[in-house]
Design a protein around this ligand. Structure first.
Ligand SMILES: Cc1cc2nc3c(=O)[nH]c(=O)nc-3n(C[C@H](O)[C@H](O)[C@H](O)COP(=O)(O)OP(=O)(O)OC[C@H]3O[C@@H](n4cnc5c(N)ncnc54)[C@H](O)[C@@H]3O)c2cc1C
Length: 421
């Protein structure tokens, strides 16, 4: 998708606005849809703009490939939007245990988190992306405050009171505030001049679902393998598991070429029997897919610098390694914060008051910086083949496992309890 242009503010702008909105949300992934719905529920008129809006999402009997671990904080947020109870819960799996295995002895567990240990009924839920998106679509369709526009943005003009967006259908709309939820490559982020630091992990993640013969016991498993690979098996209903295997691009490409019957031997060879010992025999039950992995952090969450009217949310603001299963959860916390900032604003302030935009930015910086830092350090520690780092991670996993206090803090962080209600 081409980058929209940022047009300087003319003294007199004679161009006609075809439609006026309070807020324009650009992008319609889960973050964009949740944000548009939340703002519409607050009573604002919202334009949701994305070229893929007309695409209808249909679920088949098989689980989709894009599967997310949803934290209790995100569950609570989706509940507030009245989305959580509308999801088909037969397609969602509760996680009550998490077992992590280091690379020095792949069959020996090194770190164990349990919901029981922190007095909670569950640690997370494993859910298809398509199921959440489909349910958000249904809820959005019933909200008259949200207008879907299946377009992309060609240019953005910043005026003192509002922003004008030129769409690819030759129409121009205006909005007091523009939300960029247009993903990791966010054309809007670059259009308003917000710089993002990016680092490639030189890895891809291969995802696929498998039926297993040994019950997963509502447990999420993760193995740090000697060659720097990270293999996660997340539980799904019907004795299935969802695999996320982060590895070199060559290894990922090799896996995508494999015949369905080759997977079991491949697990044996690369994970040294660990998967078979835990989950029994496995049988592929979806088409595998791969995603390029990188770290990205936008330097500012609002822009342009001369008159901020654009706010970044979700992957447009930050991209992290999937090893902690937290990217979407982080994006939903962006949305929750924005809704709170706007929902609790003083009556005399307009929604594009720079102070409100800065409030959002300030409130999101700590959480985002911490999660990006921790995930990046973990990725680097476990991806290294140096013996010092190997010993350190082996010692570190054992140390954390023995420290009840540190474990509780880590679980609280993963549950999203430090940030939401
Ligand atoms: C392998 C893998 C596993 C993961 N597992 C987890 C997990 O377990 N838990 C978790 O919390 N996170 C996980 N994540 C992270 C998660 O996938 C992302 O953080 C999340 O999807 C980001 O959502 P988003 O809506 O911000 O962006 P996206 O889903 O990328 O959506 C962006 C939207 O913007 C639209 N768009 C793009 N350009 C334009 C434009 N010019 N104009 C208008 N619209 C535009 C796109 O069409 C799309 O609709 C995982 C990621 C990977 C790669």
């Amino acid at each position: 998708m081409s980058k929209p242009e940022l047009k300087p503010t003319p003294k007199t702008d004679t161009r006609k606005t075809d439609q006026r909105f309070d807020i324009a949300v650009v992008g319609a992934g889960i973050v964009g849809k949740a944000c548009a719905l939340g703002l519409a529920q607050l009573g604002y008129s919202v334009a949701q703009i994305s070229p893929d809006l007309e695409k209808t999402i249909s679920l088949s009997a098989q689980f989709g490939q894009r599967i997310y671990a949803i934290s209790p904080g995100s569950r609570e947020f989706l509940d507030g939007l009245q989305i959580w109870s509308a999801l088909n819960h037969q397609r969602i799996q509760t996680v009550r245990d998490m077992r992590i295995f280091g690379d020095q002895n792949q069959n020996k567990e090194q770190l164990h988190f349990s919901a029981f240990e922190v007095g909670k009924p569950e640690l997370a839920w494993i859910c298809e992306a398509d199921l959440i998106e489909q349910t958000l679509d249904q809820a959005c369709r019933f909200n008259k405050n949200r207008t879907p526009l299946s377009n992309s943005v060609n240019a953005i003009h910043i005026h003192p009171q509002e922003a004008l967006l030129d769409l690819d259908n030759q129409k121009t709309i205006s909005a007091q505030m523009v939300i960029a939820a247009d993903g990791a490559n966010s054309p809007l982020r670059s259009a308003v001049g917000i710089h993002a630091t990016e680092e490639s992990y030189e890895q891809k993640a291969v995802v696929a679902n498998f039926i297993c013969t040994t019950p997963h016991l509502e447990t999420a498993y993760q193995w740090f393998l000697p060659q720097g690979d990270i293999l996660a098996m997340l539980p799904l209903p019907n004795q299935e598991v969802s695999m996320v295997w982060s590895c070199s691009a060559e290894h990922a490409d090799q896996m995508l070429q494999m015949a369905d019957t080759e997977w079991e031997d491949h697990f044996e060879e690369r994970a040294n029997g660990a998967v078979k010992n835990t989950l029994g025999s496995i049988q592929l039950n979806s088409k595998p897919a791969s995603f390029i992995l990188k770290k990205l952090q936008a330097q500012r969450l609002i822009g342009p610098a001369f008159d901020p009217k654009v706010i970044l949310l979700g992957d447009a603001a930050h991209v992290i390694h999937p090893l902690a299963g937290q990217g979407l959860n982080l994006g939903l916390r962006d949305v929750a914060t924005l809704l709170k900032v706007i929902g609790s604003k003083e009556a005399f302030r307009k929604i594009n008051d720079p102070l409100l935009l800065r409030r959002y930015e300030r409130q999101r910086q700590g959480d985002t910086n911490a999660l990006i830092w921790v995930t990046d350090r973990l990725k680097k520690l476990f991806g290294s083949n140096q013996s010092i780092e190997k010993n350190l991670r082996h010692w570190g996993l054992g140390f954390v496992n023995r420290s009840h206090f540190i474990k509780r803090q880590l679980i609280k962080q993963a549950l999203g309890e430090n940030h939401l209600g």
